[in-house]
Design a protein around this ligand. Structure first.
Ligand code: ACO
Length: 324
């Protein structure tokens, strides 16, 4: 029997034009370029313009992914958007993006797993393709965190940025040897830690949007353990040795987390794609933004084993393994 695999046919990205540097932030809160770079590796981040939203940025990234894949909106029968900063409480930002693109077939919905959202969305679309429920899917991670930051709180406002990344997935016949496509994924959540990283508002509680709150040092400790667990699990399930991974595309929260995970698993740091210095933490957008950069500059090539991972609010975490 022919087995279907979801293959990544194209990637795309969108970053707002406005750059906010660490020196710019030092004029707003009591911080310094030196502190931010030493603690996080971040040098600058992008901030959405007044008229830019999660849907507008997500649609731009999706257009680029469609073009790279050689697909048109008429080919798409599933849109999954990972975001914690939707344009509206409802409808789903996926419905808004579907309409902006002129996609008229299939389903469109949002997935809410904060920084792990792209891994959750990719898994949902992969499952739909494997079950024959979709043939061509757009998986988009898009965020406008600048709108939920407390710009007086130096412990959080220096960390995040805005942007969007997207992949176009297409159903392909799974090759017997070295199949190309999504080889596996692993998702986790542990709601006992919800109060380590949350937004202090919402429609059913405060009736306001609220602001991001984080106990950063505690999140940091969970991040290294959970990410390492997810990488080991997804590799073991796929029968792939960690040493055989060509590229690690991690969630870009903090350069120190990337390095700690690399040390713990014995990863070659030259194989870790890092964009955190220029993007900051863009939550659900960070993995597809980094992925797109490494594909566009030729680092990731056909046949490469690519491992993506993330951890975020929830707590949620996960990993996905793809042969390009
Ligand atoms: N500038 C200067 N000083 C600061 C700043 C700043 N921007 N922010 C905090 N400080 C101070 C604190 O007030 C504290 O001062 P004190 O010792 O006098 O009390 C000191 O720096 C140390 O603070 P810590 O929070 O212990 O610093 P830490 O080394 O842990 O770094 C950071 C903080 C960068 C937030 C780190 O903990 C981190 O990256 N955590 C993980 C974040 C993450 O992975 N999030 C998950 C994904 S995000 C999502 O899902 C939305």
């Amino acid at each position: 029997m022919t087995e279907i695999i979801a293959r990544i046919a194209g990637t795309g990205a969108y970053l707002p034009a406005r750059v906010l540097t660490n020196d710019d932030l030092a004029r707003i809160v009591d911080t310094s370029d030196e502190w931010i770079r030493a603690r996080t590796g971040i040098r600058e981040r992008r901030i959405a313009a007044e008229d830019e939203t999660t849907a507008s940025m997500g649609a731009e990234a999706a257009r680029a992914a469609l073009a790279a894949a050689g697909l048109s909106p008429a080919d798409i029968d599933l849109v999954v958007v990972a975001t914690a900063t939707p344009d509206n409480t409802f409808p789903a930002t996926a419905a808004l993006i579907q309409n902006r693109l002129g996609v008229r077939a299939g389903a469109a919905y949002d997935v809410h797993a904060v920084c792990s959202g792209f891994l959750y969305a990719l898994t949902a679309a992969d499952n739909a393709i494997a079950r024959g429920q979709a043939r061509n899917a757009l998986v988009i991670g898009a965020e406008t965190f600048s709108r939920i930051l407390d710009w007086t709180d130096r412990s959080t406002c220096v960390l995040f940025g805005d942007g969007a990344g997207a992949v176009a997935l297409t159903a392909a016949v799974r090759e017997e040897a070295a199949p190309r496509g999504v080889l596996g994924s692993y998702l986790r959540a542990d709601g006992r830690y919800a109060d380590l990283l949350y937004v202090d508002g919402g429609p059913s509680t405060t009736k306001t949007v609220g602001h991001l709150r984080m106990q950063g040092n505690q999140v940091f400790r969970h991040a290294v353990t959970n990410i390492a667990e997810a990488i080991e699990k997804v590799c073991a399930d796929a029968g792939v040795a960690i040493a055989d991974i060509d590229w690690f595309v991690p969630h870009q929260a903090n350069q120190r987390i990337l390095e700690a995970v690399a040390r713990r698993l014995g990863l070659d740091e030259g194989r870790v794609v890092s964009t955190v210095a220029r993007h900051g933490n863009t939550s659900a957008a960070s993995v597809p933004l980094a992925l797109h950069e490494a594909v566009a500059d030729g680092r990731i090539k056909a046949g490469d084993l690519v491992l993506m991972e993330a951890m975020g609010g929830g707590l949620t975490w996960g990993a996905a393994l793809v042969r390009w």
